[in-house]
Design a protein around this ligand. Structure first.
Ligand code: GLN
Length: 555
């Protein structure tokens, strides 16, 4: 197989059985963190068995947030777990869907690459899957490949067949199969049941894959006799049957897996000698959570408030900021239509207000009202992407007196298009980038990491303690530069601009305790270890707000 370039890379394939939502992503990311702490360079790939070419056009209602990589791929939110747990960065080569694999194969067929041969699932689709896996793993010591879905799903079969072939071709010493299953506790009989795990392993074997390691999701300790039974029936060595017990804090997971020597098992399999793991940073995070002494209430005003995963990275970034400021962050999801109806009443008592990114008109006036409420009541405000745009619209209408100010995303020809479609701008290399208003929804956005220059002395520059930063984008509309002078004269501060000063990246106010909107998505780069400067600044301000409220109540 054409894999010689990656001669040294070892591959760990992570599959799931019995039911979905067992935490495959977190388990795989935790293993990755363990391996990194043992000096290995790790890359990750998520293979998704759905037909969408990428996650860009998928509704957050159904699928959770769209995660954006540094190089601008719109991917499954699981890549976010990996970036939060690992030091490695994901890219366009880290997420492949069935749709994308078929798309590649069909494009090759149309080009005539197959020389008139019959194009089939085996070998053409499976070859393409193997090619993508090799590309994603190239250069790393160990590549973790998570297969979405559950073993037994029809749509997952080509992926499983491809990884079976992959192991045959690369040799078993360079490939490891790890399978996550469920060992349920049946209350009426007071027993833990191993049968679903046995069946799941059998299902895998029937397609030619023998798991090397089983991670058993359990809600209580796995008794030794059950462990033995699972090992016996699944052909897995006893020490490779690992109990993945429910944890109250996901940062306990790497430690939990290490106490059962998961990292050592993996390294032994690959015949790698490595220094021992230092998990003190994970222990410090668990400790930091215990030490949180103040709780702040943050209102998250959005559209997808019923599905917590829709704002996964924002939730995580807030929680990281909480770890770094000793603050428990209590997020209150508020439907922007409610704010629209009650004119902000539901925001009373909040210590901070955040309007996250979003698309579509529904609830937009509520988001504008939320920004106004925060601005006029001196409540810390953080607007992300659409959240920055609504803050600009409110400011234009309310402070600059521009009645009818709006974004052309929602009103075709507003009296004052303060947010509008910019069809041309300069990229980092100084080249002109173009966007077409009439193109398909997929692929017309400003996407991925770009440089933002910070204006000295501003809140943004103080938070970052830097003069330029790189942040990730995912949007079509921009602040309209025709309004820069008008709004600037009224006190809106443009504290971050794109390289070359073409586009406004950050706005803020200085007659306010903490009011900042950014056109990019800082949540994608927040990690538990480091937090993110803007989120940390925001939560610190919320904490101060809480304190002031308490002091005023006491005096
Ligand atoms: N809908 C807005 C735009 O396309 C904002 C997008 C976002 O918040 N991610 O510009």
């Amino acid at each position: 197989m054409a894999g010689d370039a990656a001669a040294g890379t070892r591959y760990i394939f992570v599959t799931g059985g019995v039911v979905s939502s067992l935490g495959k992503g977190i388990a795989a990311a935790s293993l990755g963190a363990l391996l990194e702490s043992r000096g290995q360079s790790v890359s990750v790939i998520k293979l998704d068995p759905y037909l969408n070419v990428d996650a860009g056009t998928m509704s957050p209602f159904q699928h959770g947030e769209v995660y954006v990589t540094r190089d601008g791929a719109e991917t499954d939110l699981d890549l976010g777990h990996y970036e939060r747990f690992l030091k490695t960065r994901t890219s366009k080569l880290s997420n492949f869907t069935t749709g994308q694999i078929y798309n590649n194969v069909i494009n090759k067929e149309r080009r005539g690459d197959y020389l008139g041969g019959t194009v089939q699932v085996i070998p053409h689709i499976t070859d393409e899957i193997k090619r993508c896996i090799l590309a994603g793993g190239e250069g790393a010591d160990i590549c973790l490949v998570e297969i979405g879905g559950t073993v037994g799903d029809i749509e997952g079969l080509p992926f499983l067949e491809a990884i079976r072939q992959f192991a045959v071709e690369l040799g078993h010493h360079r490939v490891l199969f790890m399978h996550l299953t469920l060992v349920p506790y049946i209350a009426s009989s007071g027993e833990m049941k191993t049968k679903p795990t046995q069946h799941s392993a059998k299902e895998l074997r029937s397609i030619g894959i023998q798991p090397d390691i089983l991670l058993c999701r359990v809600d209580r300790p796995l008794p030794e006799n059950e462990r033995r039974k699972i090992a016996l029936f699944t052909n897995v060595s006893e020490r490779a049957v690992i109990a993945c017990i429910d944890v109250d804090d996901i940062y306990k997971m790497p430690g939990l897996l290490q106490t059962q020597s998961l990292d050592t098992l993996v390294l032994e399999h690959f015949d790698i000698t490595a220094p021992s793991a230092d998990l003190s940073n994970w222990a410090a995070l668990v400790e930091a959570r215990r030490a949180q002494d103040v709780t702040v209430r943050v209102a998250m005003v959005g559209k997808y408030v019923d599905l917590a995963d829709a704002y996964k990275s924002v939730n995580e970034a807030l929680s990281h900021a909480g770890l770094h400021t000793g603050t428990r962050v209590d997020i209150h999801y508020i439907d922007s239509e409610t704010v629209e109806r009650d004119d902000g009443d539901c925001l009373q008592g909040m210590d901070a207000i955040l309007v996250p990114g979003g698309f579509g008109e529904r609830g937009i006036e509520g988001k504008i009202a939320a920004a106004r409420f925060a601005r006029s009541n001196a409540i810390p405000y953080f607007g992300i992407c659409l959240g920055m745009q609504v803050a600009c619209i409110d400011f234009a209408r309310d402070i600059a007196g521009l009645a009818g100010a709006h974004s052309t995303e929602f009103v075709p020809e507003p009296a004052h298009p303060v947010i509008a479609l910019v069809t041309e701008w300069h990229d980092l290399a100084g080249d002109v980038q173009r966007r077409d208003a009439k193109a398909d929804l997929g692929g017309t956005m400003r996407l991925g990491e770009q440089r933002c220059d910070l204006v000295e002395g501003t809140l943004a520059a103080r938070c970052y303690d830097d003069s330029a930063v790189y942040e990730r984008h995912r949007h079509r509309y921009e602040f309209n530069n025709r309004y820069r002078a008008t709004l600037g004269n009224k006190g809106l501060i443009f504290s971050g601009v794109s390289a070359g000063d073409d586009l406004v990246e950050i706005v803020e106010l200085d007659d306010h305790p903490w009011f900042l909107g950014c056109q990019f998505h800082p949540e994608f780069t927040s990690t538990p270890r480091n937090g993110h400067p803007l989120f940390i600044g925001f939560i610190a301000a919320a904490r101060e707000h809480r304190q002031t409220l308490r002091d005023t109540a006491v005096s």
